[in-house]
Ligand binder design. Structure first.
Ligand SMILES: NC(=O)c1ccc[n+]([C@@H]2O[C@H](COP(=O)([O-])OP(=O)(O)OC[C@H]3O[C@@H](n4cnc5c(N)ncnc54)[C@H](OP(=O)(O)O)[C@@H]3O)[C@@H](O)[C@H]2O)c1
Length: 240
C-alpha cells in the first residue's frame, strides 16, 4: 500500500511543490492549509491532491486533522511541517500578538503535528518527519526576532526528536531554505528584495521545486541513515 504523507501548508508555494514531489514519488498526500479556500480548491483541481483545513497552531485541531486523514487515507507515515507565517517588525514595533502568532504556528505547529503522529510511526517502526526551518533561523534577520526564534527553535526540535525516533525507524530532519520565489517573498518590498538577491552567490532566488526535491529525498527509504540533520538550500548565502 502507498505511504501516506501530510504536508502542512501544502496547497501553496513551497508546500505545493512538496505535495507534488511526494505524489510523484508514489505517496498518497494530504495537503493541509489554514484558510485560503480558493487557493486550496484550485490546488486540488490542478493536482488531484485532497486538501484539509486546520490551524497547525491548534493542538486539538492537529490531532483531529490527523485522525480524519488516517480514517480516509490510512496511517500517516510522513509529516512535512511546512506551514509558516511572518509577522515582521523590529522589536520596538513588534506586539506580543506578532510574537505569539509566529511562535504558535511556526514552532508550535511542529510540536502539535509530531505529537499527533509520532506514536503511530514508532509502533509501525517507520516514519519521516521533515521540518521546514529557514536561513533566518540559522543566521538571524533584522526585524524578525519572532520568526528567527521560531525557525531556530525548529532546528533544535529536530535534533532532539531525532534522538527519540532513531531506534524506531523514525527519522527527523530539517531543511533550511534561503530565499525562495513564493508569495511570502513577494511580500518583501522590491528594494529590500533586490539587496537580498545581490547577497545570494548563485545570483537568483530559489525555486520551490528545488526545496521539494530535498524533502522527497529525506522522506525516502534511501534516507534512512540521515536523521537530526539540517539541509541548507540557500544558493550559498549562508554556509555553516
Ligand atoms: N519563501 C521563502 O523564501 C522561505 C524561506 C525560508 C523558509 N521558508 C518557510 O517555508 C515554508 C513555506 O513558505 P512559503 O513561502 O511557501 O509560504 P506561503 O507561500 O506563504 O504559503 C504558506 C502556506 O502555509 C499555510 N499556513 C499558514 N498558516 C497556517 C496555519 N496556521 N495552519 C495551517 N496552514 C497554515 C498557508 O495556508 P493558506 O493558503 O490557507 O493561507 C499556505 O498553504 C514556511 O514555513 C516558511 O517559513 C520560506
Amino acid at each position: 500500500m502507498a505511504r501516506v504523507a501530510v504536508v502542512t501548508g501544502g496547497t501553496r508555494g513551497i508546500g505545493e511543490a512538496i505535495s507534488l514531489a511526494l505524489k510523484e514519488a508514489g505517496i498518497t498526500v494530504a495537503a493541509n492549509y489554514a484558510g485560503n479556500d480558493e487557493k486550496a480548491a484550485a490546488f486540488t483541481e490542478r493536482t488531484g491532491i485532497k486538501a484539509y483545513k486546520w490551524d497547525v497552531g491548534d493542538f486539538d485541531a492537529c490531532a483531529a486533522g490527523v485522525q480524519q486523514v488516517e480514517a480516509e487515507l490510512g496511517p500517516v507515515d510522513i509529516v512535512v511541517n511546512n506551514a509558516g507565517i511572518t509577522r515582521d517588525g523590529t522589536i520596538l514595533k513588534m506586539t506580543r500578538d506578532m510574537w505569539e502568532d509566529v511562535i504558535r504556528i511556526n514552532l508550535g505547529g511542529c510540536f502539535n503535528m509530531a505529537h499527533a503522529v509520532f506514536p503511530g510511526m514508532r509502533s509501525r517502526k517507520w516514519g519521516r518527519i521533515v521540518n521546514i526551518g529557514s536561513i533566518n533561523g540559522q543566521a538571524g534577520q533584522y526585524g524578525q526576532v519572532n520568526y528567527a526564534a521560531a525557525k531556530s527553535g525548529i532546528h533544535g526540535f529536530t535534533k532532539a526528536l531525532a534522538q527519540e525516533g532513531a531506534r524506531f525507524g523514525v527519522t527527523v530532519n530539517a531543511i533550511a531554505p534561503g530565499y525562495i520565489d513564493t508569495d511570502m517573498v513577494a511580500a518583501v518590498p522590491a528594494d529590500v528584495l533586490e539587496k537580498i538577491v545581490a547577497k545570494i552567490p548563485v545570483g537568483r532566488l530559489g525555486q520551490a521545486h528545488e526545496i521539494a526535491r530535498g524533502v522527497a529525498f529525506l522522506c525516502s527509504d534511501d534516507a534512512a541513515f540521515v536523521t537530526g540533520s539540517t539541509l541548507s538550500m540557500n544558493g550559498g548565502q549562508h554556509m555553516y
